[in-house]
Design a protein. Structure first.
Length: 181
């Protein structure tokens, strides 16, 4: 009985943390990877984010990227996170950062309306990115920028409404633009 208690209190959370650190990119589920402040600042510069922009982050995790973007640019930011623990953690970080122009929503981003976005940022595994393509086609207006960290968007011929604009190899960032609806 004591062994089971120790397992569930100590060992199981440790094993889950290890699992999240070695998650494979082919997995359809999201690991707890995070965007660091340096990368978020590079996103601001590369995408030329300004106070006029509305930035959505798909799978906003702990909120680091959006908090950095909101502080640096003054853009309105919306983080979408389905995981209750990551959502709660991002809410706590938002409060402690005293950032007013940011909002976190606990929801599946595939069920969100992204029409107000001028920039969409994502740090998703390739399978997750692929599942968002119909949402981009349905919701995003021409001129909307997509910023992907680490992974390129797996485009096919039918995805000709999205075009790669810039690539920052140093920071592993890819900027795409919606060219038609």
């Amino acid at each position: 009985m004591i062994f089971l208690t120790i397992f569930f209190i100590v060992l199981l959370p440790f094993l889950l943390i290890i699992l999240f650190c070695v998650w494979t990119p082919e997995s359809p589920w999201s690991p707890w990877w995070r965007t660091n402040k340096k990368t978020a600042e590079a996103v601001c510069d590369l995408a030329k984010i300004s106070a006029k922009d509305v930035v959505y982050e798909l799978g906003s995790g702990d909120g680091e990227a959006l908090i950095t973007i909101a502080r640096k640019t003054g853009a309105q930011c919306v983080g979408i996170e389905i995981d209750p623990f990551r959502f709660l953690f991002s809410q706590i970080r938002k409060i402690s950062s005293h950032t007013k122009n940011i909002q976190f929503v606990r929801k599946d981003f595939k069920k969100m309306d992204l029409q107000k976005a001028t920039i969409v940022y994502m740090y998703l595994v390739p399978a997750g990115i692929k599942r968002t393509l119909p949402l981009f086609k349905k919701d995003l207006q021409p001129g909307t920028k997509l910023v992907s960290y680490i992974y390129k968007i797996p485009l096919e011929k039918k995805d000709s409404y999205i075009q790669l604009q810039k690539e920052d190899k140093k920071n592993n960032l890819f900027i795409y633009t919606i060219i038609r609806g």
